[in-house]
Design a protein around this ligand. Structure first.
Ligand code: GLN
Length: 237
């Protein structure tokens, strides 16, 4: 089996609230199954691996988004082509915002996005902070959010799910995240995949299926992760 290449965007700048853990979760879930995996960090100026199967980006402060913004926007056509070609993407909070058209910070700075997702984000003085879980068709995603950005979905854009306890995309329409094909954006930090093993495997299944490897993933013992998710879901906001 060829295995999978995980490209990890801006690991130094875009890794607040443990989001690099999403890379670790996917790597381990492949290793535990004996599936070869290569993790490639992509810093400012680095090439994106041409054989990327899963692209991951974490959250970042407004300043960090400004720091990587100019580099990120140069990758726009490559990222849009990858999305069109079915490359799996998981973008958390600040990375999610920059997969959209733009993020206008609460101070009025316009940080251009790459328009992979039809969303626009505007910063607000009120931060949306707290534990949250989201009901999706791939099970409950569990994490927490901390963002000033309020994201509006474009007309044809599907939400990842409904914000069960938190504020989600914008604190008013109860949507959380966005989905376009194999591209997933969410505000859930944590890392979200640590307590959402079903979703982690959905990402792996999609990446393997894109390679033509359609055999089912060997089940793993997720009892600890699911027990942690159950406790987290019961936590107050
Ligand atoms: N800086 C962005 C905001 O405040 C993203 C924050 C994050 O990635 N947690 O909305």
């Amino acid at each position: 089996m060829k295995g999978l290449t995980l490209a990890h965007l801006y690991p130094h700048e875009m890794n607040i609230y443990g989001d690099t853990g999403n890379v670790l979760v996917l790597r381990k879930r492949l290793e535990w199954r004996g599936i070869p995996v290569r993790v490639v960090p992509v810093a400012v100026g680095d090439e994106l691996p041409r054989d990327t199967d899963i692209l991951l980006g974490g959250g970042g402060q407004d300043a960090a988004q400004g720091d990587i913004g100019a580099d990120f926007v140069t990758r726009g056509s490559a990222l849009r082509a990858m999305a069109d070609d079915g490359v799996v993407m998981l973008a958390i909070c600040g990375s999610y915002q920059l997969l959209g058209h733009e993020f206008i910070t609460k101070d009025g700075e316009h940080i251009a996005g790459v328009s992979v997702l039809d969303v626009v984000t505007k910063g607000s003085d009120h931060r949306l902070i707290g534990n949250n879980h989201v009901e999706t068709e791939w099970g409950t995603l569990v994490g927490f959010e901390n963002h000033s950005g309020l994201t509006e979905l474009g007309a044809g854009t599907t939400a990842l799910g409904r914000a069960a306890t938190g504020r989600g995309n914008n604190g008013s329409d109860l949507t959380e995240g966005a989905v376009r094909g194999n591209v997933f954006g969410t505000y859930l930090h944590g890392p979200v995949l640590a307590k959402s093993p079903g979703f982690a495997d959905e990402l792996l299944r999609r990446a393997l299926s894109r390679q033509g490897a359609s055999q089912a993933l060997e089940p793993l013992d997720d009892s600890l992760a699911l027990a942690a998710a159950k406790v987290a879901v019961g936590r107050p906001r």
